[in-house]
Design a binder for this molecule. Sequence first.
Ligand SMILES: [Zn+2]
Length: 185
Amino acid sequence: MGTHAIAKSVGLGAEYALKNRKPGQTALEILDMLCAPWRGCDAEWEAEDPQRPGYMHPEFYDYTDPHPKAALGMLMIEAFAPNGLADLPKYRTGTDEAEAAWWAEVYEPFKQRYDFCQIMDKDNYPAWVCADCGRKYGHRVPDVATWHEDTCGVCGKQTAVSEPRDFGHLRDDWVNERSVRSSDE
Ligand SMILES: [Zn+2]
């Protein structure tokens, strides 16, 4: 089963489970039920538009997002955040701190519990990407991004760059074109 099919199965399963939640059923019980079959799998969480298969979800990017309509994301917060759903507003402030807190407090424990593969190679993952590389390897084209002059972590050009997360982060198959090129020379 492909990485996106797993996301869809778990993401839509979470919606169904939340709607049909049994009294006293904990978020962790639901997550265990949904995620255990995929233990150790490489999952990408990009959400699909329920009305238009193959297109991005209009309201959130990943099923795991801290978004009120992302059932999986909400279950993750309920299960793993220090204060449960009370932490949702904190994660939704849109700051780097909020994203880092969500990553450490919610996403990492979730990923570790089900042994989902590391989506990003954090040591080599670029701090900055240029518009060309973002378009090539990112998940989406940003509406708003803040650009500044720096080195693109993918192609190595000194140009206007932005954060990979503005492009919905880079896909698993992003390559460090700079190191590929220098090994050819
Ligand atoms: Zn580039």
